[in-house]
Design a binder for this molecule. Structure first.
Ligand code: ZN
Ligand code: ZN
Length: 263
């Protein structure tokens, strides 16, 4: 499996980071923050290669890039409706997304009727199996501790992408023995109280989750506006808890196995 971080910021676009968006095997998009389309161009990914889009939740930092990505796909697939990738969203989010698409597209193309927006049920037994480019993807999800409703997604028992969340107990079972965890860390450790109040996590929260879980490598995304010099300080307290933890950057590519980052 190959992952490319298209956006890793949790605090608005910065000089070096777009808003959350992660690409799996160059065909599955998880979240579509502002700047996603530009990242796709930057890393030489055609929008026509996107075959499925998963949205964690309905906060603007995770969805505002959808409008430009959908618009661009629309240019390619004007007469070929089936070429729109299905957009998978948490329960209750379909109508909200339709409102945004209606409001932004209605003046020139009513695209939402051609789009497939699919709500994923909350039932923890539910999963999804899709085939893309001859590869089968088994996808599971779990509701995180965030507001509004947010899902963490698990792909083929290989990688988990947390979406936004504060630490919560049942996540431990969901992540057990999965090689790669990509987890939000929106605040510094010294801001833990604020982080939890706002349903977010800190680096040490994530390290504690990963400890004894069987996870091999953690990548933090949805991070504050930190440059490379500040990263060490950001994750300094995690070293003694779970050493295999890195801060992801826009453009980082992970191919596993083996677990390597190509920057
Ligand atoms: Zn959020
Ligand atoms: Zn967010």
């Amino acid at each position: 499996m190959e992952l490319i971080f298209l956006g890793t910021s949790g605090f608005g676009i910065t000089a070096s980071r777009n808003l959350p968006s992660i690409l799996i095997d160059k065909c599955i998009l998880v979240d579509c923050g502002e700047g996603c389309l530009k990242s796709l161009y930057k890393y030489n990914i055609e929008v026509s290669a996107l075959k499925a889009i998963f949205i964690s939740h309905f906060h603007p930092d995770h969805i505002l890039g959808l409008i430009t990505v959908i618009s661009k796909i629309g240019i390619y697939s004007k007469d070929l409706i089936n070429e729109y990738p299905p957009i998978y969203v948490p329960k209750g989010m379909k109508i909200q997304l339709e409102h945004i698409i209606d409001a932004t597209f209605s003046n020139f193309l009513n695209r939402r009727f051609e789009l497939r927006i699919i709500e994923l049920e909350l039932n923890p037994e539910t999963n999804l199996k899709i085939t893309i480019n001859n590869k089968i993807y088994n996808i599971n999800w779990v509701k995180t501790l965030h507001s509004p409703i947010c899902y963490a997604y698990k792909f083929n028992d290989e990688v988990i992408i947390s979406g936004d969340t504060a630490p919560f107990l049942s996540f431990n079972e969901f992540i057990k023995n999965i090689p790669i965890l990509i987890h939000e860390a929106t605040f510094f450790d010294y801001e833990a109280e604020l982080a939890h109040k706002l349903n977010h996590s800190t680096p040490s929260d994530v390290a504690k989750i990963a400890k004894n879980s069987g996870i091999k490598q953690v990548y933090l995304y949805h991070v504050p506006d930190i440059d490379k010099n500040e990263e060490e300080k950001f994750i300094s307290k995690t070293k003694t808890i779970f050493p295999n933890l890195l801060v992801a950057h826009d453009g980082d590519r992970i191919i596993f196995p083996p677990n390597v980052v190509d920057q």
